[in-house]
Design a binder for this molecule. Structure first.
Ligand SMILES: C[S@@+](CC[C@H](N)C(=O)[O-])C[C@H]1O[C@@H](n2cnc3c(N)ncnc32)[C@H](O)[C@@H]1O
Length: 200
């Protein structure tokens, strides 16, 4: 596999605490909580947080009733997420791994969520990400994706052309791309959210 197209040193950021200066929101994402509160979770349903960071959104998935898994390329992030899950008394599977190739079973998940991982990936890595998302989702399963509205370093846009290019119509149905502000502890990012359904 080729080197990942982002050059960010994620592990260092989590080790020295820089995530607090950029992307950390010290709470579950409000938009995700709204999404989760709007739909009942079927018995035994499973959800995966792609690029879970310190695990706030993974915790929200578990609280909503999913069998929750979080995966991140940074072992430091996974340590933080494990500490959070333990402090909350929640059973969550937390794995160090690369969203471009995950050692998880086919069609294991009903829901994938991503806040800020896909928007760091270049085109080739996005293709691998989408191939994995397609493999991991049950037919009819959902990917709730949020990322930067604009192409502006270090972000690659999550916009109409990117959705059309990486989530082909035969394999996914895309809902509307909805602009919103993605808040972190210290920043506000103009973002888009989109719900993608794997074709049943
Ligand atoms: C902007 S942070 C967002 C973290 C978390 N979702 C949140 O909202 O706080 C992006 C995350 O994606 C992770 N990441 C980047 N490339 C990845 C990859 N190829 N596989 C898995 N995780 C990756 C980083 O380690 C980082 O935790």
């Amino acid at each position: 596999m080729t080197a990942i197209t982002t050059t960010f040193d994620w592990d260092r950021a989590y080790r020295v605490g820089d995530h607090h200066q950029y992307w950390e929101l010290s709470a579950p994402s409000p938009d995700l909580v709204g999404f989760l509160a709007s739909a009942p979770v079927a018995e035994g349903a499973a959800a995966l947080d792609l690029g879970c960071g310190s695990g706030w959104d993974t915790v929200a998935l578990a609280r909503a009733g999913y069998r929750a898994t979080g995966v991140d390329i940074s072992p430091e992030a996974i340590q933080l997420a494990k500490a959070r899950a333990e402090a909350e008394g929640l059973e969550i599977t937390l794995l160090t791994g690369d969203v471009r190739r995950l050692e998880l079973p086919d069609e294991e998940f009903d829901l994938l969520v991503d806040r800020g991982c896909f928007h760091h990936l270049g085109p080739e890595d996005r293709d691998r990400y989408v191939a994995e998302a397609t493999r991991l989702l049950r037919p009819g399963g959902l990917l709730y994706l949020r990322g930067s509205r604009q192409e502006s370093f270090p972000f690659k846009a999550v916009d109409e052309p990117a959705i059309a290019r990486h989530f082909p119509a035969g394999e996914f149905t895309a809902g509307p791309l909805l602009p919103f502000q993605l808040h972190t502890d210290v920043l506000k990012l103009d973002a888009n959210a989109v719900l993608l359904r794997r074709t049943p």
